[in-house]
Design a protein. Structure first.
Length: 474
């Protein structure tokens, strides 16, 4: 594979790129560029001489054609909500922002599909589905700013993956601009299409390293007629896993979300989050935020109440409350979605986005907690996440009063300890956030060697000049 240019494009080349989108959409002002050069955690700062905002697929194709011919590296960017540095230009690459590709091309309620361009904000896609009495179930804390293209490129998970699957499973068709500017059109609504290799999925989770996604056909689902939300105190992660299995077997509906939250991170949310209150009267060691949906108008409330009563009798439930209104249910979810941001006032936070088999969650949490505290006495593990699909955000806040920079400097050391335990349980060190730059070296060590070589073959074949998001994933 050829190497892309490693110096800033010359002024005359920048002018050629600007001519493709028009001067208005070729951004060079440092103040306007600044928000695109830093990711949400503040771990990475990038540099670029120009951000391009194409308004059509043809413009994306023209940009990549020119970039490939001149070996000018580019970094695709959506809502800039990524957490592993995959959207940041580290070596002066041009940024290709997809936010102007924000049209919903079609909503087909009969086929239960929606065709969105990559710059459509996730919340807008959810609203478009609701408008035709359908559900697009992907739900993330950043849904007000993340985009469909970014969701696909990182294969986002979210709180409803337990019932509906991750982003890969919500996509039927895709449109991609390849490195040389060719447009690959696989925008079909079909659930059955047995015509050779299925090329769609190589671009999902590829983080823009194999092509730039410009549109996708997404799956829609019947909108539930009733949704019940419960906030439940449980004595342990083991009790939560047992309760999950009982709920899936006995509740009269579909368990769509099942989130596990440790008390310590709840306290961060209550202390620092806007308009956050403790849902229960007294503190408990662990909590489950559970949501159940039904197509029956009378809903699953009775069976959910019975489940919680039986759970209490069996020692699985300490206390619980069912949302009495939509506003109360939103308050429960507001608390859950503040957990990431409200760790920041507590100082440094070392993150892990990991997955293990659901049955292994209790042992993983116990071992990882003990190992991290042994490594850094006084550190505060605050795990929470999507226990229903085995995905835990095992975050570690610094010891109270510790030096933040010194703590963050031990990021890799803490990661190594936690990742070793993840490996022991045959888990993954990246469940839903992707690889980007943050986890690139880990991938090289942990991936099956044959699989890794096939990934490199695909990269060389589809991007021989290495212009697409260089230095990410591989």
């Amino acid at each position: 594979m050829n190497s892309p240019l490693r110096h800033a494009p010359a002024p005359d080349l920048l002018a050629r790129f600007a001519a493709i989108v028009g001067d208005r959409y070729a951004v060079t002002d440092p103040a306007a560029l600044a928000p695109h050069l830093i990711e949400g955690r503040g771990l990475y700062n990038g540099t670029t001489s120009m951000l391009l905002r194409p308004g059509s697929v043809a413009e994306v194709a023209a940009i990549l054609k020119l970039a490939n011919e001149t070996r000018t590296p580019v970094v695709p960017q959506g809502g800039n909500t990524g957490l592993v540095g995959g959207q940041i230009p580290f070596d002066g690459e041009l940024i290709v922002s997809l936010t102007r590709l924000d049209k919903i091309r079609e909503v087909d309620a009969t086929s239960n599909t929606m065709t969105c361009e990559s710059g459509v904000v996730l919340a807008k896609a959810q609203d478009a589905a609701t408008a035709v009495d359908r559900l697009f179930p992907l739900s993330l804390g950043a849904e007000g700013s993340c985009t469909i293209g970014g969701n696909l490129s990182t294969n986002a998970g979210g709180t409803a993956a337990l019932a509906y699957g991750i982003t890969r499973e919500l996509m039927l068709g895709v449109e991609v601009v390849l490195a040389d500017g060719r447009i690959l059109n696989l925008l079909r609504k079909l659930k059955k299409d047995n015509t050779g290799y299925d090329l769609r999925h190589i671009f999902i989770g590829a983080e823009g390293t194999l092509g730039i996604i410009t549109a996708a056909v997404l799956k829609l689902f019947p909108r539930p007629r009733a949704v019940e939300t419960a906030f439940v105190a449980v004595p342990s992660p083991a009790a939560a896993v047992t309760l999950l299995n009982l709920a899936q077997a006995r509740v009269g509906g579909t368990v769509t979300s099942f989130e596990l939250i440790i008390r310590e991170v709840m306290e961060f949310g209550i202390k620092h989050g806007p308009n956050v209150r403790d849902p229960l009267a007294s503190p408990h060691p662990w909590y489950v935020l559970m949501e159940v949906a039904s197509q029956q108008a009378d809903g699953p409330r009775d069976s959910l109440e019975q489940l919680l009563a039986d759970g209490a009798e069996a020692g699985l439930v300490i206390d619980a409350t069912l949302a009495a209104s939509l506003d109360q249910a939103k308050a429960f979810w507001h608390l859950r979605h503040t957990l990431t941001e409200t760790q920041k006032p507590e100082g440094g936070s070392i993150k892990h986005d990991v997955s293990v088999p659901v049955a292994a969650i209790p042992d993983f949490l116990a071992e990882a907690t003990a190992a991290v505290i042994k490594l850094i006495p006084g550190s505060r593990p605050v795990p929470f996440g999507h226990v229903g699909d085995g995905n835990m955000h095992f975050n570690v806040s610094q010891p109270i009063g510790a030096d933040k920079d010194a703590f963050i400097a031990r990021w890799s050391e803490v990661n190594d300890v936690v990742d070793a335990i993840v490996t022991k349980y045959n888990g993954s060190f990246s469940a839903e956030h992707g690889i980007g730059k943050l986890k690139r070296d880990k991938l090289a060590k942990a991936k099956d060697p044959v699989a890794l070589e096939l990934m490199r073959v695909l990269k060389r074949q589809l991007d021989p000049n290495g212009i697409l998001n260089p230095g990410k994933v591989l």
